[in-house]
Structures are given as structure tokens and as C-alpha cells.
Design a protein around this ligand. Structure first.
Ligand code: GAL
Length: 431
């Protein structure tokens, strides 16, 4: 499977297909789109929107959706239910408690793929296929992305964006000061380690990282780099051996990378680690491209204040994740939620949101010229690279597996296990 997309002025490439997640793609929706269909919010008066976008570029993106809501649905009041903590590190547990207590928000964000599938299997979200017809959405998203939102022919959420997880963000001044060429690229992890040694010798942190989920984000990119796209995808379809020697070698690279990082990592969240690059106290940071939204929100200029490139060894891959919004079972203001889903799926909403968020629109008809140079590159890369699912952001594995992997990572990076035990625990985590 390959997510095909065409943007105005861009032709989607025909790269190899690697996005799996077959478990939540057991059917396609065949509703006919109703282009131009609009809706009214009826008696809706409010919508509580549950996200983890509370500051910087993330909040700016959310604000873009809120502005579009005010424009399209002036009678719907936006209630911000956001809970701080990158990648939903605090929000997801709280959301689960609320869902189990029959106290759902009117809509919540969920990652396309296995994470959304968990909510579907638990009967916590409603089929929104009819809204695709009502809002004219059936033909505006790539079919393969719709497949990730679909079970048994029913679609369960509206995608807001597509993010890339396997990017390095770097401070060119720190690199220059360490005697490195900021324009240099590194073909392999080993090449990258040489540059990190130079940064360390110059007295700076080579690689900034934060709390556990950011370490898992880092781990997934090492696995992509060292196992290749097929090997990485094989981790999720059972064809790659988690106990094998190639996996051991990749985990050794992860251990080495962690040795280059700031020791206060577990007390930080992703914006803090990105800030180290901005402030010039670290050379590199591996993070999804919401970092681009953060850098831009701070008024920084790409190419001068910061540079970016795919994690060494992953240039041919696009680490895929997508945020989508749901209609929970028992949503108290379903009409308000539907208005929000209309906004999320609309061209206006997707443009306002993604320009600030650092991601690219899920819609294929957005105008690339409205986006930054980084985003225009990401649009082109998404059309041409091999798409592989992000672990840290719900695309590759169910939440229970991600939680078990995260626990193993945390234990390892805090010194609670050696490499062999770490690998054993990862084997157990995927069961
Ligand atoms: C991801 C989410 C992104 C961004 C990031 C950091 O899980 O998909 O939109 O919010 O977390 O918080």
C-alpha cells in the first residue's frame, strides 16, 4: 500500500509501498462525495476539543482551526480541553479515564492507524462516514490514509494533517564552531557519530533529547536507519526478528546516541530539547516536524537560524503519522463536534492549521505555495519517499505495545537494564 497524493503543481511519485496497518484497513468507504456541500451547526452552542496542543507552534496550529471555526460557525463556542504534554504523554491517560467514566469530550485527537484502531475496537468512537458525504470529504484525502481511518467500510475520524517523524534539526553555528560544515550530510549512523564526537570535543551537547516518548521517537528512527524500510516495517508485520543480531546492532547505535545526549533529559519535554538547539547549547535534535512549527513560531529562519535533514540513513523514508479528530460515543455536543470535524476537513481549516503546525495538509488539493519551504519539501517527499509508520505516534503499534516499548526504553536509558535485557524486554513488548 502506498499513500498516493497529488498537490496542485506536484505529481505524486510512484515509490514503493510500505505503510502497513492492515488491521485497521479492512474496508474502503465508497460514499460519493458531495463537493461543495456545506452544513450548519443547528442548535450547537459549544464544542470541547481535547488535544495536547498548548503552546508554541502546536497552539498556533490549533488557533488556526479555532479561527476557522469562528468564521464558519460563529454560533459554536470553542472550549479548549487541551492537556499539556508532548505526544499526549499526559493527555492520553486522562482521556482514557474520561472515556471509561462516560465523560467524553465532544471531540479528541487520535493518531491514524493502530492508535485510532484501539478506540474503534473499544467502541469509544462513532462512525462518521455520513459526514464525509455531507462535507464533501470522500475524494479529498488519499485513499490509503482513509484506509487507516476505516474499519469494515466505516470511517471513524477526520484527518487534520500528515507529520514526518524522522527529522534532525540542527544549529549551524554550533556545527561551525565545532569545525563541521553545516551543509554536510551523513549517510550512516557511524558517519553521524564522528560529527557528534566533534561537537562534544567543542564542549556542547551533541544531541538533545527529552523525556521517554522523545527517546522512543529517536529509537524508531534508528530502527528505520539500521534495518531499512523493509526491515523496519517487518517489525510491525512479524517478518523482522526483534531478537535478531541486526536488531542488537541497531540497539547498540541507540545506546551510543543516548550517550551523546543531555543527562537532564527525563525532566524535559520536546520543546525544551528543541530549545537547546535554538539556544546553541546542543547541535542536533531528532524530532517530528512539529519542531518546524516551533522554530517558525519563534521567528527563526530556516537555513540560517536552524537547518534540517532526515535522520542519517533514513533519507529514502518518510516516517508517517497523522492527527485526526473523532466523534466520541456519548459526545455531549455532537452538533458542535460535527462543526469541528467540518472545519478540520475543510481546505480553509487545513491550511490555517498546517501552516503553523509544521505538518502538511492531509487534503490533496491544498496549495503548496501557501506553505513554508520546509513544508513544500515535505509535500514532495511524501509523494516520493517510502512511507513507514511511526511507532511513537500511534501509526505502527497499538497503545499497549507502545506503552510496553516505552517502559523498556525508559528502564534502559535510566540505567535500569543492560542492552541484552533491553532487547529481551522489547521482544516481550511486541509479544
Ligand atoms: C504527536 C502529534 C503531533 C505533535 C506531537 C508533539 O503525537 O501527532 O501533532 O503534537 O505529538 O506533541
Amino acid at each position: 500500500m502506498r499513500i498516493h497524493r497529488k498537490y496542485t503543481g506536484l505529481v505524486a511519485g510512484a515509490a514503493a509501498v510500505s505503510l502497513l496497518l492492515a488491521a485497521c484497513s479492512s474496508g474502503n468507504n465508497n460514499n460519493n462525495a458531495t463537493p461543495g456541500a456545506s452544513s450548519t451547526a443547528g442548535a450547537a452552542t459549544q464544542v470541547e476539543v481535547f488535544t495536547w496542543w498548548t503552546s508554541g507552534g502546536e497552539k498556533a496550529g490549533l488557533d488556526g482551526l479555532v479561527a476557522t471555526l469562528a468564521d464558519k460557525y460563529p454560533n459554536v463556542e470553542f472550549i479548549n480541553g487541551a492537556v499539556a504534554g508532548g505526544a499526549g504523554s499526559a493527555a492520553k491517560d486522562l482521556l482514557q479515564s474520561r472515556l471509561q467514566a462516560n465523560d467524553p469530550p465532544d471531540t479528541f485527537q487520535a493518531h491514524a492507524g493502530m492508535e485510532l484502531n484501539d478506540y474503534i475496537q473499544a467502541g469509544q468512537v462513532q462512525d462518521v462516514s455520513d459526514l464525509y458525504t455531507q462535507f464533501g470529504l470522500t475524494d479529498v484525502f488519499p485513499q490509503d490514509l482513509l484506509d487507516l481511518l476505516t474499519v469494515d467500510g466505516k470511517i471513524y475520524s477526520v484527518p487534520a494533517n500528515i507529520h514526518r517523524s524522522n527529522m534532525v534539526w540542527a544549529n549551524p553555528t554550533v556545527l561551525t564552531d565545532a569545525g563541521l560544515d553545516p551543509a554536510a550530510t551523513y549517510a550512516t549512523m557511524a558517519d553521524w557519530f564522528v560529527a557528534m564526537d566533534a561537537v562534544q570535543a567543542a564542549g556542547q551537547t551533541a544531541l538533545s533529547v527529552a523525556t521517554t516518548w522523545t527517546q522512543v521517537n529517536l529509537l524508531e528512527t534508528v530502527l528505520m536507519a539500521d534495518l531499512g524500510a523493509d526491515g523496519y516495517v517487518g517489525l510491525w508485520d512479524g517478518t523482522t526478528d526483534w531478537a535478531g543480531s541486526e536488531m542488537t546492532a541497531a540497539l547498540q547505535d541507540f545506546e551510543k546516541l543516548i550517550s551523546y545526549t543531555n543527562t537532564d533529559r527525563d525532566g524535559l519535554d520536546w520543546p525544551d530539547a528543541a530549545q537547546m538547539v535554538i539556544d546553541g547549547t546542543a547541535a542536533f535534535n531528532v524530532m517530528g516536524d512539529w519542531a518546524a512549527g516551533e522554530f517558525d513560531a519563534q521567528g527563526l529562519t530556516a537555513g540560517t537560524d536552524y537547518i534540517y535533514f532526515p535522520v542519517p540513513g533514513t533519507d529514502s523514508m518518510f516516517g508517517f503519522l497523522a492527527d485526526s479528530f473523532t466523534l466520541p460515543v456519548g459526545a455531549p455536543h455532537a452538533d458542535g463536534a460535527k462543526a469541528w470535524l467540518d472545519v478540520v476537513g475543510s481546505l480553509e481549516g487545513q491550511t490555517a492549521f498546517n501552516v503553523a503546525k509544521g505538518s502538511i495538509p492531509a487534503r490533496t488539493d491544498a496549495d503548496p505555495s501557501k506553505f513554508t519551504e520546509y513544508q513544500q519539501g515535505a509535500i514532495a517527499d511524501f509523494a516520493s519517499k517510502t512511507i513507514v509508520p511511526s511507532l511513537a505516534h500511534g501509526a505502527a503499534a497499538p497503545t499497549a505495545v507502545l506503552t510496553a516499548i516505552s517502559d523498556a526504553v525508559s528502564k534502559f536509558t535510566t540505567g535500569g537494564s543492560d542492552l541484552a535485557t533491553f532487547q529481551d524486554e522489547l521482544v516481550a513488548a511486541v509479544g
